[in-house]
Structures are given as C-alpha cells and as structure tokens.
Design a protein around this ligand. Structure first.
Ligand SMILES: [Zn+2]
Length: 87
C-alpha cells in the first residue's frame, strides 16, 4: 500500500498502526523524503463489499496458494498489534 506525504507528496512508510473500530485502523506514517521527514496520521477503513463470494468465504489453503503467506517485509494491517518494521 502506497502512502503519500501530504506535505511533499513523496512516498511514506507506515511505521505503526492501531485498530480504532472493527472497520477502521489508524496509520502512523513517516515521509521517506530526507528533506521532509514529516510524520502524519492517516486512516484505513472498510466501506462496503462490492461483490460477495457465491459460496461463502473460507481462509486460503496455503499449500495451494503459498503467495498468500504473509510477506515478512509487509505489515499486516489486520493484526491487532502492529508488526515490526523491517529495514
Ligand atoms: Zn514529505
């Protein structure tokens, strides 16, 4: 997920996040532009399901779809506690 700095429009990283409600997560972000380095807060929220699965939904089978295993370099925004940021 790409986050842009509201000050300089450069890429920013999500340094931490916090679950606010069941549908909203607060993101703590830091601009990657060394000449800016602004820190800011953003929100990520669920709005609506556009199309529901026809036969219900189940967790993925990781033996068939290993690409769905969490990437260690990518923060899982669904976790209650923020994942550590890796360099
Ligand atoms: Zn910036």
């Amino acid at each position: 997920m790409l986050v842009r700095c509201p000050e300089c429009l450069s890429k920013a990283r999500i340094a931490a996040s916090e679950q606010i409600t069941s549908n909203t997560r607060s993101l703590y972000c830091q601009c990657l532009n060394l000449n800016c380095s602004a820190t800011f807060n953003a929100s990520l929220s669920f709005d609506k399901i556009i199309r529901s699965p026809k036969q219900g939904s189940e967790k993925p089978d990781f033996t068939k779809q290993p690409e769905l295993v969490a990437n260690a370099n990518q923060m899982d925004l669904t976790l209650e506690e923020p994942a550590p940021c890796l360099p």
